[in-house]
Design a protein around this ligand. Structure first.
Ligand code: NAX
Length: 333
C-alpha cells in the first residue's frame, strides 16, 4: 500500500527542495511507495502544476501518484502524514497581531480538515511560522486526533547547533550528539550543549570539555544559532530552504522510524509540565522516539541556573504568543 503524504505550501521554496527527498524514499523508507497530495492556495495552482510536471519527470519508482489541489478536503483525505509548510508570510508594514490572526485562521481550518478527513494515526509536522503556535492551533482544532500526533520543526535549529560545534572542533557533524533546542523556533530559543557529547572512534567527551571555551558556548555560539535564519536571509535575500527541507526530512524520518539508542533529537511537542515548562504549549524538548512512532520527552537532565533563565524566557514568549493567538480561535479543544 502506498502511504498518503500531504505537503502544504507545495508551490513554495521549501517544498521545492523537500518533495524530491520525500518521493525518493529518504523519509518513509527506500521500499515505501508514496502518494503525494500537494496543497497550496488557488493563485498558486499554475506554479503547482509545474512542480507536478517535474515530479513526473523525475520518473521515481516509489511515487505512485501526485495530486495537486487547493482543497484541504482532497489534500487531507485518509492521509498518514502531513507536513504543513504553507503559512501566511510577514508582509512589510504588517502588524504582529494581524500576522498571528491570519495564521490562526489557516491552521484552524487545516486542523479541522485533518480532524474530518485524515487517518486518526496521522503524524502532523508544522513548519510554517510561527511554527510552535501554529502547531498548537492545529492540534486544538483537531480534537479527534491525539495531541501527541502533532509536532513542530525545531530540527533546523538543532542541526545548526550541531554544525556550529562541529565546525568549531573541526569534526564531522555526526560526531556531535545530543545538543538540545529548548522552546520556541524564534530568536528566544535556547540552544543548549551542556548534555551533548563529541565522539571520535575511540572515545566520547562532553562538548564543554572538548570545546574548552565556556564563554563562546554561553555567548556567540548561542546568538549564532538564534540568529542563523536572519543571517541566511541577509546573505541570500531568501529564507533558508535547502537546510529547512533537510531538517524536515530528518524530523519526519526519525519520527517514523525511531531515534538511535542513546541519542535524542529536538522537536516542538505539547508540554506535559516536564522541566517546569507550563503545560498547553508546543515547546521544543529533547525527544526520544520508539520504533512504534511514540515519543518521550527525555527526563532527568540537570538544569543550571543559566539554562533555567533561558528556558523560562522562551516559555514566556510562547505563553504570550499562545494567549494572543487563542483569542482568534473560534473553537478550542
Ligand atoms: P514560500 O513563500 O516560498 O512558500 C510558502 C507557500 O505556502 C506558498 O506557495 C504559499 O502560496 C503557500 N501557502 C500560503 N498559505 C497557504 C495555505 N493556507 N494553504 C496551503 N498553502 C499555503 O515560503 P517557504 O520559504 O517555503 O517557507 C514556508 C514557511 O516555513 C514559512 O512560514 C517560513 O517562515 C517557515 N520556516 C520555518 C522553519 C522552521 O524551522 N520551523 C524554517 C524555515 C522556514 O523559515
Amino acid at each position: 500500500m502506498a502511504l498518503r503524504v500531504c505537503v502544504t505550501g507545495a508551490a513554495g521554496q521549501i517544498a521545492y527542495s523537500l518533495l524530491y527527498s520525500v518521493a525518493r524514499g529518504e523519509v518513509f523508507g527506500p521500499n515505501q511507495r508514496i502518494t503525494l497530495l500537494l496543497l497550496d492556495i488557488p493563485p498558486m495552482m499554475t506554479a503547482l502544476e509545474g512542480v507536478v510536471m517535474e515530479m513526473q519527470d523525475c520518473a521515481l519508482p516509489l511515487l505512485d501518484e501526485v495530486v495537486p489541489t487547493a482543497d484541504p478536503a482532497v489534500a487531507f483525505a485518509d492521509i498518514d502524514a502531513a507536513i504543513l509548510v504553507g503559512a501566511m508570510p510577514r508582509r512589510e508594514g504588517m502588524e504582529r497581531k494581524d500576522l498571528l490572526q491570519a495564521n490562526v485562521k489557516i491552521f484552524e481550518t487545516q486542523g479541522k480538515a485533518l480532524d474530518q478527513y485524515a487517518k486518526k494515526t496521522v503524524k502532523v509536522l508544522v513548519v510554517g511560522n510561527p511554527a510552535n503556535t501554529n502547531c498548537l492551533t492545529c492540534a486544538k482544532s483537531a480534537p479527534s486526533i491525539p495531541v501527541t500526533n502533532f509536532s513542530c520543526l525545531t530540527r533546523l535549529d538543532h542541526n545548526r547547533a550541531t554544525s556550529q560545534v562541529a565546525l568549531r572542533l573541526g569534526v564531522k557533524p555526526t560526531a556531535v550528539k545530543n545538543v538540545i533546542i529548548w522552546g520556541n523556533h524564534s530568536s528566544t530559543q535556547f540552544p543548549d550543549v551542556s548534555h551533548g557529547t563529541v565522539c571520535s572512534s575511540t572515545e566520547c567527551q562532553k562538548i564543554y570539555d572538548a570545546v574548552k571555551d565556556d564563554a563562546w558556548l554561553k555567548g556567540d555560539f548561542i546568538t549564532t544559532v538564534q540568529g542563523r535564519g536572519a543571517a541566511v536571509i541577509k546573505a541570500r535575500k531568501l529564507s533558508s530552504a535547502m537546510s529547512a527541507a533537510k531538517a524536515i526530512v530528518d524530523h519526519m524520518r526519525d519520527w517514523w522510524h525511531g531515534t538511535p539508542q542513546d541519542e535524542w533529537v529536538s522537536m516542538g511537542v505539547m508540554s506535559d509540565g516536564s522541566y517546569d515548562i507550563p503545560k498547553d504549549l508546543i515547546y521544543s524538548f529533547p525527544i526520544k522516539i520508539k520504533p512504534n512512532k511514540s515519543y518521550e520527552i527525555v527526563q532527568g537532565l540537570s538544569i543550571s541556573d543559566f539554562a533555567r533563565e533561558k528556558m523560562d524566557l522562551t516559555a514566556k514568549e510562547l505563553v504570550e504568543e499562545r494567549d494572543a493567538a487563542m483569542q482568534f480561535l473560534s473553537t478550542a479543544k
